[in-house]
Design a protein around this ligand. Structure first.
Ligand code: NAP
Length: 328
């Protein structure tokens, strides 16, 4: 590995642009190549971000021997195919959330990573924001006692042009995979275990995808999680971690937090406030580079088995909805 870690970006959509901005503030990151399905889009992206190599096929990026790690910024239905293509060429992969469409795909992606002995991580930004790690410190130190309940919301009211990825079932669109994954992953991060009982309800909208949903989990010691997610419903996106001694409120937007308050006996005992550096995606890129330098094949902050279990949980939640994706 050279001094700098050589990144490639696969796909030139919304989040790939933000990821290119994120890499630009990291001195140890070298954004060396971008790939698109079309030459024009690759060229425009490369010009904008001053990237030396622009490929008009994803395979060319996977084949490039001078790339260490590839960021996958495509719709959910392509994550498995795109990631496997790169890993089979020995590349480390940072794949956008949700890791895949379903648990079977997630297991296959992780199987390939382990077989190829390459690094793989689901890009779940919440896990890497410094303030969230401090919140976890409060919980580990027993400041709120035993965690008994988690409440979290990740809702937004978007305007989507016809066919847009976010609600398009053919691209794995819908609130569960697009934003529900944040609250489900949050509950998993807090409890470090998976529920024994799961209830999920959704509204399937005119596009045939889930516009909004709620999920309630019950864990083996009676702990609960109360989660909501939506793409056409406005909300304030706080999270609460409620213990038998006190509680923590994480302000909107909890998934990329800047403020958290610890309340014990109805008294504000501590407040954490910390601005986001960059656009936050730099935190997950830094974690990938830290792991690569240490020779780790997965991140302790977003373990691969946990990403698989989160997909299993999402399969379980949507089964009663009759929601089936083309890849299922
Ligand atoms: N972490 C976050 O904050 C965050 C925010 C938004 C989205 N995301 C995640 O990022 C991923 C991409 O979301 P996005 O909003 O960036 O999507 P987007 O703007 O639609 O971009 C997706 C890109 O994927 C490529 N692509 C390949 N096959 C495609 C197809 N059949 N239809 C459409 N695009 C195709 C296209 O790039 P080329 O044309 O260059 O090939 C396209 O520009 C999703 O997994 C999403 O959940 C994460």
């Amino acid at each position: 590995m050279t001094d700098k870690i050589r990144w490639g970006i696969l796909g030139t959509g919304h989040i790939s642009k933000k990821f290119a901005d994120a890499l630009a503030i990291l001195p140890e990151a070298d954004l060396a190549a971008v790939a698109s399905r079309t030459a024009d889009s690759a060229k425009q992206f490369a010009e904008k971000y001053k990237i030396p190599k622009a490929y008009s096929s994803y395979q060319e990026l996977a084949d490039d021997p001078d790339i260490d790690v590839i960021y996958i910024g495509t719709p959910h239905t392509f994550h498995l195919e795109n990631s496997v293509m790169c890993m089979l060429k020995g590349k480390a992969v940072l794949c956008e959330k949700a890791l895949t469409i379903n648990a079977a795909e997630a297991r296959e992606m992780v199987r390939v990573a382990r077989e190829q002995n390459v690094f793989l991580m689901e890009a779940m930004i919440t896990r890497h924001v410094p303030l969230m790690k401090k919140v976890q410190g409060w919980i580990a130190d027993g400041r709120i006692g035993e965690v008994r309940m988690v409440k979290a919301s990740r809702c937004a009211r978007g305007e989507f042009p016809p066919g847009a990825r976010q609600l398009n079932p053919d691209l794995g669109g819908g609130s569960l995979l697009d934003v529900g994954v944040y609250v489900i992953s949050f509950a998993s991060m807090i409890y470090q275990k998976f529920p024994v009982e799961v209830i999920g309800l959704s509204h399937i909208g005119d596009w045939g995808s889930d516009e909004q949903g709620v999920a309630i989990f019950k864990y083996d010691q009676g702990e609960l999680a109360d989660l909501s997610f939506a793409l056409r419903t406005a909300a304030s996106n706080e999270a609460y971690v409620l213990g038998n001694k006190g509680y923590i409120k994480i302000d909107d937007v909890f998934a990329v937090p800047t403020k958290a308050t610890l309340v014990v006996n109805k008294v504000e005992e501590a407040v954490l406030e910390e601005p986001i550096v960059g656009n936050a995606l730099n935190y997950e890129a830094e974690e990938v580079m830290r792991c690569l330098r240490l020779g780790l094949k997965e991140s302790p902050f977003m373990p691969l088995d946990e990403s698989i279990q989160i997909m299993e949980l999402m399969d379980r939640i949507r089964k009663p909805w009759g929601l089936v994706y083309s890849n299922d």
